[in-house]
Write a new protein. Structure first.
Length: 115
């Protein structure tokens, strides 16, 4: 079993800073989007942790999935409550297979139409 010292939690404020930088949004702009007081929002990027409700609100306002960012930092063998086949990798593999099958069908249709 791992302890917190072996797997430190990511600094949520730094994750938020990275997203704001990439999206070219200032802290004041974020405060406006969240309909919150600027002084409270300014402190978000300094805090190592944020309440789940705040992170959820940030996700919806910024249209960025912080939970996926956090999940990507966990070991692959950790479990979830997702139904089988619900992971992104499973979905990508399914779509790639479907895409390959559709390309084969398209090639066959082109060949039939040429005759």
């Amino acid at each position: 079993m791992t302890t917190n010292s072996e797997t430190p939690a990511p600094h949520m404020g730094k994750l938020l800073q990275q997203v704001l930088y990439k999206k070219h949004i200032s802290s004041a702009g974020l405060a406006r989007k969240m309909n919150k007081n600027r002084t409270g929002v300014y402190k978000y990027d300094k805090r190592a942790s944020l309440q789940l409700r705040i992170v959820w609100h940030l996700c919806t306002v910024l249209k960025h999935n912080f939970f996926a960012d956090l999940a990507a930092r966990l070991p692959a063998d950790y479990t979830t409550n997702l139904p089988p086949g619900a992971s992104a990798n499973d979905r990508i593999a399914q779509l790639e297979t479907e895409n390959r099958d559709l390309k084969l069908q398209l090639d066959l249709l082109k060949e039939v139409l040429r005759k």
